[in-house]
Design a protein around this ligand. Structure first.
Ligand code: SF4
Ligand code: SF4
Length: 120
């Protein structure tokens, strides 16, 4: 939106923000508007990437597919373990606060379900 849209000419800062708030209120019906999504994507892209962390693809993890597996847990060298499995049917989960991004779990995973990615 351009500031000149108000009253066909230049407007005050107060006019500008009042108009902006009205527009935001008019889009409040949708939980996340496309414009807001765009802002979030832009903000994420602009933010510096965090340190690398293991990320589990739930669609590939054997545990999530009902096949017992704990290779990643056994391979994880940190203590307490940064990756855990709970029950067959639930994918392995990574605790980003503990994970160092060393990649040992990804190397051992028989399902190739773990990637090391920059955190956000
Ligand atoms: S090693 Fe791979 S397949 Fe096995 S539980 Fe861990 S992430 Fe899932
Ligand atoms: S990347 Fe390393 S520290 Fe993180 S979960 Fe995998 S084995 Fe553990």
């Amino acid at each position: 939106m351009k500031a000149e849209d108000q009253d066909g000419g230049a407007c005050t800062r107060r006019d500008f923000f009042q108009s902006l708030f009205k527009q935001l209120a008019s889009t409040a019906g949708s939980l996340v508007s496309p414009a807001a999504k765009g802002l979030v994507v832009a903000a994420r892209a602009a933010a510096p990437a965090g340190p690398p962390r293991a990320v589990v693809d739930n669609a590939l993890c054997f545990m999530g597919q009902g096949r017992p597996c704990d290779g990643c847990v056994k391979a994880c060298p940190v203590s307490p373990k940064a990756v855990a499995v709970s029950a067959v049917g639930l994918s392995a989960g990574v605790n980003a606060a503990l994970c160092t991004g060393c990649g040992e779990c990804a190397k051992i995973c028989p399902a190739k379900a773990i990637a090391i990615a920059a955190g956000r």
